[in-house]
Design a protein around this ligand. Structure first.
Ligand SMILES: *[C@@H]1O[C@H](CO)[C@@H](O)[C@H](O)[C@H]1NC(C)=O
Ligand SMILES: *[C@@H]1O[C@H](CO)[C@@H](O)[C@H](O)[C@H]1NC(C)=O
Ligand SMILES: *[C@@H]1O[C@H](CO)[C@@H](O)[C@H](O)[C@H]1NC(C)=O
Ligand SMILES: *[C@@H]1O[C@H](CO)[C@@H](O)[C@H](O)[C@H]1NC(C)=O
Ligand SMILES: *[C@@H]1O[C@H](CO)[C@@H](O)[C@H](O)[C@H]1NC(C)=O
Ligand SMILES: *[C@@H]1O[C@H](CO)[C@@H](O)[C@H](O)[C@H]1NC(C)=O
Ligand SMILES: *[C@@H]1O[C@H](CO)[C@@H](O)[C@H](O)[C@H]1NC(C)=O
Ligand SMILES: *[C@@H]1O[C@H](CO)[C@@H](O)[C@H](O)[C@H]1NC(C)=O
Length: 534
């Protein structure tokens, strides 16, 4: 069979070359044809030589050793662990990576093409210098077949156990992931790679625009919209077959919900939560997936302040579903380890989300110790102004930035000229300033008690930010001055290194903001799984 395929391929190439001699060579077409052929070369044999699971290791994993409980956690007897160690002798960790297969070469080619394009673009754009991530590791066909033979629950279990035994990564200097900004870079890298190998997301097609399926891409709540836009366009993680899915996306926008259903000045949010309750009830009646886990493998992504509230009328939605929200407030039903803290990003130009980012001043050209400008929302900011407005020359703490000041030096220039950027909570704990500070390479100082910081499960915020308790506002300057210069310099480098994880690339790249959000949801889904010891 393989021989036959080879013959067909050779014949096709000959035909193609003959063709090209006569006409002007269209390299685009040629590349396309080449891609089609190599994909066929990989896919066809796998389809043709359907794999017999019985010759694979882990024979009895499928039904007798694991079962799914109602709340979506999967229990497992010791026997799987035993078979697993057996498997490990057969498949050592190394074969996960095979750097010479055709898919690898294609991946690299794609990246370098993209890199060239981006370089060209960056000449006209003043965005950050985007360093392309390394290509995805290639999974050996053997492991691919093994993973394909697992049910969604079994593959989650597999991932969970793999992450627990993540090999320590030797983080050399030219590594794309910068270890100091992570809690444990080995665990993150392994979890991320497993996500790429395994994760499938099902997007419910139900729901009418504009509340569903219509991303809102502008303003401070844009991260829910960008996530929706990029996920709906994704080909890697999204599956059309819900039976294969590990996660189910409820594709609504909390911002659109507000625009469509909130009656201004009514102070009545109830209609929003009722609307979502009815949607979830409809999904639960129409499909078997909700009731299977009571919603714990479902997720939503909502950046509006009212995001958490939109789930309040449906008990299972509120208690079980993974909520990726900007308003990640422990005092408002946010559960760390289950829910995901979503960064708030202010998008001014949906066509070019990366515009103006980066290129902050060197530390020696940051004369301002601390900077804040903004409206007097919430309980913290008035206190901040009370203690620090117009008090010290190097503490630029304003309300809304006065025009006489901004005429000389814009908001962004202030951020680029300050050592620390103060990010006090507004009405809600999150603030787009945190990500802005990271964009302009200013160390964020976060003042918001009960706030779970974005990607807290993998990022070590102490490495690149200062967290100040609300009660310590009077001591703010003291706290900042007590930080030794050496530590500050390290934090400032770390801010630069974490920047790439907070960028909305119009075309997603590995480890960027889109993938960080998806990873956080994946990671927390794995968190829900328990490996029972009996
Ligand atoms: C496992 O499930 C298959 C069908 O999915 C069934 O034929 C087989 O008997 C089951 N094995 C055990 C040990 O229950
Ligand atoms: C899920 O249910 C099992 C019992 O079926 C229980 O032991 C476990 O604590 C529950 N997990 C969660 C997260 O509620
Ligand atoms: C585990 O597997 C062994 C055989 O490999 C079997 O004898 C034993 O009963 C199994 N234990 C459980 C808890 O299924
Ligand atoms: C890939 O590398 C392995 C050894 O690392 C080698 O045995 C195999 O032949 C190589 N395959 C190709 C297609 O080059
Ligand atoms: C990171 O996690 C791995 C796997 O659990 C562990 O072996 C390693 O010691 C951890 N590294 C650090 C720095 O904690
Ligand atoms: C799921 O449960 C709800 C309420 O318990 C019920 O109304 C609905 O019909 C169930 N859905 C399916 C698909 O069985
Ligand atoms: C689920 O929600 C109810 C309120 O309807 C609450 O009383 C209960 O404690 C919640 N359960 C869990 C496990 O959080
Ligand atoms: C204008 O900005 C410069 C720095 O760009 C600063 O040195 C100067 O003092 C500012 N002038 C006023 C009036 O604020």
């Amino acid at each position: 069979m393989r021989k036959l395929l080879k013959h067909v391929a050779v014949a096709l190439i000959r035909e193609l070359i003959r063709h090209c001699r006569w006409r002007k060579i269209d390299w685009r077409k040629l590349f396309f044809a080449g891609a089609v052929m190599s994909i066929a070369g990989v896919v066809l044999p796998t389809l043709l030589f359907t794999y017999r699971r019985s010759i694979w290791f882990l024979p009895s994993l499928v039904n007798d050793s694991s079962h799914q409980s109602l709340n979506g956690s999967v229990h497992l007897s010791n026997n799987l662990t035993e078979t697993r160690s057996e498997r490990f002798q057969l498949v050592p960790t190394a074969p996960f990576v095979s750097f010479n297969s055709s898919t690898e070469a294609k991946g690299r080619h794609r990246v370098s093409r993209r890199r060239r394009k981006r370089r060209r673009r960056s000449k006209i754009d003043d965005g950050p210098q985007v360093i392309p991530p390394p290509p995805r590791r290639t999974v050996s066909p053997r492991l691919q077949r093994y993973l394909r033979s697992l049910s969604p629950d079994e593959s989650l279990l597999y991932a969970k156990m793999e992450i627990e035994h993540a090999p320590a990564v030797d983080n050399d200097d030219d590594s794309y992931l910068y270890a100091p900004i992570f809690r444990n870079v080995s665990i993150f890298e392994r979890s991320y790679e497993l996500m790429e190998m395994i994760l499938k997301v099902y997007i419910y097609p139900d729901g009418e625009k504009p509340i569903f399926h219509e991303p809102h891409l502008l303003g401070i709540y844009a991260s829910e919209g960008w996530f929706m836009k990029l996920l709906e366009a994704d080909r890697e993680f999204v599956t059309q077959d819900p039976v294969k899915a590990h996660l189910f996306y409820l594709p609504y926008s909390s911002r659109q919900l507000e625009l469509a259903l909130y009656v201004p000045n009514s102070h009545n949010l109830r209609p929003l939560s009722i609307f979502i309750r009815d949607y979830v009830s409809m999904i639960a009646a129409k499909y078997p997936f909700w009731n299977r886990t009571h919603g714990s493998d479902h997720f939503l992504v909502a950046c509006h302040d009212w995001g958490p509230y939109t789930t309040s009328a449906h008990r299972e939605l509120r208690n079980n579903t993974i909520k990726a929200v900007c308003n990640a407030d422990l005092s408002e039903n946010f559960i760390a380890g289950k829910d995901v803290s979503l960064p708030e990003t202010a998008i001014r130009n949906p066509g070019r989300p990366l515009r103006y980012i980066g290129r902050g001043n060197r530390v020696s050209q940051r004369p301002i110790l601390a900077f804040f400008a903004g409206n007097m929302h919430g309980r913290v900011r008035p206190k901040l102004l009370k203690y620090w407005h117009n008090k010290e020359e190097d503490m630029k703490i304003y309300g809304p930035l006065p025009i006489r000041v901004s005429r000389n030096m814009t908001y962004i220039q202030h951020m680029k000229s300050s050592k620390y950027c103060i990010c006090p909570m507004g009405y809600e704990v999150n603030s787009p300033r945190i990500v802005e500070a990271i964009y302009y390479e200013c160390v964020p100082v976060i003042i918001a008690d009960n706030f779970v910081l974005p990607f807290n499960e993998v990022l070590d915020w102490n490495a690149f930010s200062v967290i100040v308790a609300e009660k310590d506002i009077p001591k703010l300057k003291e706290i900042l001055l007590a930080i030794p210069l050496r530590r500050y310099l390290k934090m400032q480098i770390n801010v630069k290194m974490v920047q790439k994880h907070f960028l909305w690339n119009p075309r997603p790249m590995r480890y960027d903001l889109f993938h960080m959000i998806l990873h956080a949801i994946w990671f927390n889904r794995l968190n829900q799984i328990q490996i029972s010891q009996d």
